[in-house]
Design a binder for this molecule. Sequence first.
Ligand SMILES: [Fe+2]
Length: 156
Amino acid sequence: MEIDIGIKEEDRKEISQGLSKLLADSYTLYLKTHNFHWNVTGPMFQTLHLLFETHYTELSLAVDLIAERIRSLGYPAPGSYKQFAGLTSLQEVTSVPKAMDMVQQLTKDHETIAKTGRAAFPAAENANDEATIDLLTTRIAYHEKTAWMLRSLLDT
Ligand SMILES: [Fe+2]
């Protein structure tokens, strides 16, 4: 059955493309944060191990909301590591950084995702897609706040 939610096809497509980049960034950061939860060492172990857990748990819920918004707009949600690698703006790591390098990387990554979310905004705004605007606003605010909190750990 044809989708008829009051948003034009080309607008739904453009919005979905922006959301797909946000999904790829969020999933990549979910995995990186979980990786750092597993592998962090040093005097800050307990603090960072638990902090990273709250972050990856939040991200694991967020990716579901983003993917399901893409589906509501009538497009398939990307869901493979290969697709995410092609869409994300984040750099993956295969080494184990020092604890504070992890914090620095995650700060940058949250900043990057805030920018990815903001880049998706105009298409949603032009189409009066309030549901996507609401989702993007929540995601941008979360990443800006989390970047601030992580950045604060880097003060010496
Ligand atoms: Fe764990």
